[in-house]
Design a protein around this ligand. Sequence first.
Ligand code: G4P
Length: 538
Amino acid sequence: MTAVSTAQAADATGDDPLSQARRRRTFAVISHPDAGKSTLTEALALHAEVISAAGAVHGKGGRKGVTSDWMDMERERGISVTSAVLQFSYRDQVINLLDTPGHGDFSEDTYRVLAAVDAAVMLLDAAKGLEPQTLKLFDVCRDRGVPVLTFVNKWDRPGREPLELLDEVEQTIGLRPMPITWPVGIAGDLHGLVERADGTMHRFTRAAHGASRATVEVLDPETAAAEEGPDWERATEELALLDEIGAGYDEEAFQAGTATPVMFGSALSNIGVARLLDALVELAPPPGPRPDQKGDPRPVDAPFSGLVFKVQASMDKSHRDRVAFVRVCSGRFERGMVLTHDATGRPFATKYAQAMFGRDRSTIEEAFPGDIVGLVNATALRPGDTLWAEEPVTFPTIPSFAPEHFAVCRVADMSKTKQFRKGVEQLDSEGVIQVLSSDLRGDQAPVLAAVGPLQFEVVSARLADEFGAPVKLDRLDYQLARATDAAGAEALKGAVGIEVLTRRLDGQLLALFPHKWRLQAVAQNNPDLLLAPLVADA
Ligand code: G4P
């Protein structure tokens, strides 16, 4: 099993970065755990003919996984902690699907991934609709202006009314739904989908457990009406209602992130999945000019530039290395080219560039805007860093999520202090966790700040396994953090239940509060104090 060679794909059309960028679609799936993201990934790959049988990219349930079972913890818990990239070709396009960790505790990683995509697929469970993690991730898409397509999954089993689900999307997140397909038959008894653009019905014969493709039969409206009777009637009545309220496709609104094309289907039964791929190819934007720190766009055909959006260590236990995932933003990447690491101004050689496909890797020779390159042993690179060739550029850094869990971390065996320090520094720079410190607490007992408590377990496991420094973690009672400045730190000195610490990576001062009432009281009593919300609270 190999991912499509980008070089091979390049032969098919113009080899210049602009033509190649137009053929790329780079996206991620955002969803709540259990909505079916892994199943959908598997089904997408099946349609794209990267692999012949589903199951191979699924990391769960004991099936052979390539998605992201790099750590023992992931295997034990069946959760996906790290991110993988899947590249495949579909209809002469190159699709880059960036996997995101399923567990909410790793939403910071997801945030970084969303900085590297051009579109997102919001995956909803037909019975559950919008769920908390989906809402949180949708907010990130909105913040970043990432256009969102919606796929309502699990239509093969009982669920809610389609109109009710659309209404929920519009009312809850203010995103105008624009259905491009519509179900015939209620959830749990799906016969097929109406293609809204031409009124035909695509009738499916369900495939057993997604192991092969569902068979599709295209019926014209007259035949569908005759054969489907009341189910067809109901679908057409609902569609007429949608026409009346003006839920037609509006490209501008989709690209602006105010409306979403909606599709229905079942990832498990492979229904509607090819339609989703078609929609990605036809509707989702190709890589475009990326604004730099000053807001000036870097054209896709400018010399090479890339954004490091993730740094991942120990993906392969046999050689513990560190891989930086770089999204190509402009130009052509060629293995071996020497880039400039913008943050330090130092040269960076790319001899060990790889295409990442779960645990499988293959050497990548060239890549174009929208593609993801894995740079091995990239110790100097951090998430948010820019790499460029010839013409300098600095892309805006990726903001950190607001931590909500805090713990003091101490080495269990004092003779391992050196390893402990090194390990903490490394995990901090990878962005696995945020490390906070203060003069009062000293170097030996930094405070770790996490979005979710599972991050602590990852840190503990990695410090013990990789650095030989088992640690003790003591949870602190703080629940929220606010950015402050030196004056704020001074004013809060000695305040009961509040502590000001420095975030090591960027020197930002963070004031930690036990709960929001304490924060509100302090803010009310000291209106001049700087207490700025961090990304996730904004
Ligand atoms: P996630 O990555 O979003 O967490 O979800 P995942 O794909 O693991 O799917 C969660 C559960 O939902 C799985 O069942 C999966 O089979 C089921 N599922 C996904 N898509 C569909 C669908 O279209 N229809 C139906 N009926 N079920 C779907 P499970 O029993 O938890 O796991 P497994 O043993 O089947 O792997």
